[in-house]
Each structure stands twice: as structure tokens, then as C-alpha cells.
Write a protein that binds this ligand. Structure first.
Ligand SMILES: [Cu+2]
Length: 125
């Protein structure tokens, strides 16, 4: 009987957590008007916050850098689907910096959370 109540509490806690994650994600994307600007920058920053990459798209010059910072309590990764970079697991406030010398569009995701997908780094002058 006691175990049943504990499992039920766990299920409810998990559902609340998922809902909170989704809410944070959707409200976050509209907050960054500079995200997908057409002008490439020499250095871009991406914060990983509320289970989302913010901004989801950055545009850097060839040779430019992108720095990711994990602002969540949960660990995250920034992992290129094409294999050209992988931050490994970043804990709270840890950063990962990558220089891009080849033009292209790099789509990356978090290997820990499948819903954190389709973020991009666009490299080109
Ligand atoms: Cu993650």
C-alpha cells in the first residue's frame, strides 16, 4: 500500500516536471530577436536554459566561435549530428567553446534530452 502511494507521487512529480519543461521551452524562443539574424558575428553565445538552446540558431563568421553555457540545474550537451563537435556533459554554469573554420550549417542537439533538438550553428561570411 505504501509503495503504491510513493509510485503515484513519483508519477505526478514527473508529469509536473515535464509540463514545466515544455512551458519554459515555448516561452523562451520568442525572447531572443537577435538569434537568427542574417549578419554573422565573430563570437556568439548560446545559453542552455529551461531545457532549450537559446537562441536556437546562431550565425557566425568563418573562424568564429560559439560558446555554450549551461544555465540549468540539469546537465546538458551540445552535440553536432554530423560529429564535428560534442561538448560532453555540461554541469550548471559550465561552458563549451568551439571555433568553426568551415562554412556550413551544423545541426546539434542534447544527447541527454531528446526534445532538445534542431538547434543550429550557421557558419558563413
Ligand atoms: Cu539536455
Amino acid at each position: 500500500m505504501k509503495t503504491k502511494i510513493i509510485s503515484l507521487a513519483l508519477v505526478i512529480a514527473c508529469s509536473l516536471f515535464l509540463l514545466a519543461g515544455c512551458g519554459g521551452k515555448s516561452s523562451n524562443n520568442s525572447m531572443n530577436p537577435t538569434s537568427s539574424g542574417n549578419t554573422p558575428v565573430a563570437a556568439a553565445s548560446v545559453s542552455i536554459e529551461n531545457f532549450a538552446f537559446s537562441p536556437a540558431t546562431v550565425h557566425v563568421k568563418i573562424g568564429g566561435t560559439v560558446t555554450w553555457t549551461n544555465k540549468d540545474a540539469s546537465p546538458h550537451t551540445a552535440t553536432d549530428l554530423g560529429g564535428s563537435f560534442d561538448s560532453g556533459s555540461l554541469n550548471t554554469d559550465q561552458t563549451f567553446k568551439k571555433a568553426f573554420s568551415t562554412a556550413g550549417t551544423y545541426t546539434y542537439h542534447c544527447t541527454i534530452h531528446s526534445m532538445m533538438a534542431n538547434a543550429t550553428v550557421i557558419v558563413g561570411n
